[in-house]
Write a protein that binds this ligand. Structure first.
Ligand code: FAD
Length: 531
């Protein structure tokens, strides 16, 4: 009980014989009054958290969206300010038996990347998510019109949907997104943050001016391209290894009012990717968003976009060809210039080679467009199809090997195994929009594709689907396809070294500098042995 009141809760604490954590927590539990050397802010939140979460607080932090793996932390920290987190990290760093610490954004990882087995999970949401007044404090939109620097300062714990809502009130919005907005700023910036805008603006990490970071020594550092730049570049795409992001200054642009949202169907893979590549090579006169998807013969065309009638028509086509593709695009516009959209679309259509009669359009608000996956979530949740195992695989594949990928994997492994519950995303990226200095790794070609094989499973069949993922990786390795995993999952040092390639030595140096005791984000399993 004392532990809970003091700010760190652990249902497993008493039974786990992990002495280093126990000594730390016992210390917290025993000392009165609260000593200045210990994290002060921990005291303030816990009564509320006890009410919210009950005694099994650690259970919620032992699983993630993937539901493929579980690992319990010894304790959970509910910080009320970044100082609380810094104090915790400093405490561990100075301890003779340091404990691992993982920032948890929204727990939307698949493979336990935000776990801290036996250590402390930091529930980033406690910094100010949900309650509107707190959110206002943690998302600020100063518009520096003089310097024409438009940005939003957002807490690392903030969900992108909240950043969007807040910025829209000022008539602006970030320009690069993820498909799904219930992810945190710190979580996606630790990976890359990609969606259909990345071909033009780069991933989310390319759209950051400045960061506040708490390093693995507990130092609070502000960094940018000019100040502490090694930390800035290292943290972006750095898988949480170098520091905990508590604030990001993110570029914004004037927000469009409306979106003309289109989907074109292809039966021929070559025409589909040629058109995608054409669209990411043209700028202002093209689409503002470009993505693509594969649809297998037994798959359902996403019903939140297509009408029932159109879905049926598409299904018939998919059944005839075994697999079809749809290219998804969006044109942003203002109501005042709405008359230009039809004209622009007409010109674009002339350049594309989709199946005649298979172009579908919708007109929606900017918010509705960006929040589209949440609309699917709302449908899937009551059907019990959201909180299920997700053996997902995300790969970056060089353009030159896309045909091999299609033959070997789309038409080979996927179709042969016929898994209709899969959403398969195929989105082209321009390498020039990614910053080589950042930690994220991508293929070494001007154009590459982000391929997401996103499957929902049951407790009975996820292992089988996961084996298929291994088969896909084996196929790529045997065929010499120089892919990179996005949201990577590896468990050996050799695999991580290969993943980072030429960036590995720099990454290790940065780790030695900013997290020398390897305290942070242990769930990534990169630095499991000594540095
Ligand atoms: P978590 O899963 O909680 O954390 C991820 C990692 O980052 C962990 O290692 C954690 O320790 C670390 N971390 C968390 N917060 C911080 C912080 N503040 N500072 C430093 N490290 C931190 N990704 C895309 O790029 N594009 C998409 O369109 C996209 N769509 C998705 C849709 C769904 C339904 C889901 C489940 C995921 C999607 N993702 C997408 C993947 C998503 O980017 C990752 O899951 C990412 O980890 C963000 O999730 P999170 O904020 O919950 O972070």
């Amino acid at each position: 009980m004392a532990l809970r009141r003091l700010g760190l809760m652990s249902s497993t604490f008493l039974v786990m014989a992990l002495s280093f954590v126990i000594s730390f927590l016992s210390l917290l539990g025993q000392l009165r009054p609260w000593p200045a050397t210990l994290p002060q802010g921990l005291l303030s939140l816990d009564i509320a958290d006890e009410l919210h979460y009950g005694p099994n607080a650690t259970a919620r932090f032992s699983i993630d969206y993937g539901r493929l793996t579980e690992a319990a932390p010894a304790a959970v920290l509910y910080p009320s300010s970044p100082d609380d987190i810094a104090s915790l990290v400093r405490f561990s760093y100075a301890s003779p038996r340091p404990f691992v610490i993982a920032a948890r954004g929204h727990g939307h990882s698949i493979r336990g990347q935000a776990f801290a087995p036996g250590g402390v999970v930091v529930d980033m949401a406690s910094l100010g998510r949900g309650r509107r007044a707190r959110r206002r404090d943690r998302i600020k939109v100063p518009l520096d019109v003089v310097h024409r620097l438009l940005y939003v300062d957002a807490g690392g714990e903030q969900l992108w949907i909240d950043v969007l809502r807040e910025t829209l009130e000022h008539g602006v919005a970030p320009r690069s997104w993820t498909d799904y907005l219930y992810l945190t700023v710190g979580g996606t910036l630790s990976n890359a943050g990609i969606s259909g805008q990345a071909f033009r603006h780069g991933p989310q990490i390319s759209n950051v001016h400045e960061l506040d970071v708490i390093t693995g020594k507990g130092d609070m550092v502000t960094c940018s391209r000019d100040v502490n730049s090694d930390l800035f570049y290292g943290v972006l795409g750095g898988l949480g290894q170098l520091g905990i992001i508590t604030r990001a200054r993110i570029a914004v642009e004037p927000a469009p009012q409306r979106v003309r949202w289109v989907r074109f169907i292809y039966t021929d893979f070559g025409s589909f990717i040629n058109d995608q590549e054409l669209l990411i090579s043209i700028s202002e006169e093209g689409f503002d968003y470009v993505e693509g998807q594969l649809l297998m013969k037994n798959g359902a065309a996403n019903s939140s976009f297509f009408s029932e009638r159109d879905s049926e028509k598409i299904k018939v086509l998919a059944a005839e060809f075994g697999v079809i593709y749809f290219l998804e695009g969006a044109i942003y516009y203002e109501l005042a210039t709405a008359y230009l959209v039809d004209q622009k679309l007409k010109l674009l259509l002339k350049k594309l080679s989709f199946v005649p009669g298979f172009a579908f359009t919708k007109d929606v608000s900017y918010l509705r467009f960006l929040d589209r996956v949440h609309h699917d979530e709302i449908k899937l949740r009551p059907m019990g199809l959201w909180d299920v195992p997700h053996p997902w695989l995300n790969l970056f594949v060089p353009k030159s090997r896309m045909r091999d990928f299609e033959t070997g994997i789309f038409r080979g492994i996927l179709i042969e195994n016929n898994t209709p519950m899969a959403t398969v995303l195929i989105s082209p990226m321009n390498r020039s929009k990614w910053d080589e200095k950042m930690s994220v790794t991508i293929p070494d070609e001007d154009i590459f594709y982000a391929i997401g094989i996103l499957r929902s499973a049951t407790m009975d069949d996820w292992k089988h689907l996961d084996d298929q993922n291994d088969e896909i990786l084996r196929f790529c390795n045997q065929a010499g396809i120089e892919f990179k995993q996005y949201l990577p999952h590896y468990t050996t040092r050799a695999d991580w070294k290969k993943h980072f390639g030429l960036k590995w030595d720099t990454f290790v140096q940065l780790k030695r500098r900013y997290d020398p005791k390897a305290l942070l984000s242990p769930g990534q399993q990169i630095f499991t042995t000594s540095l």
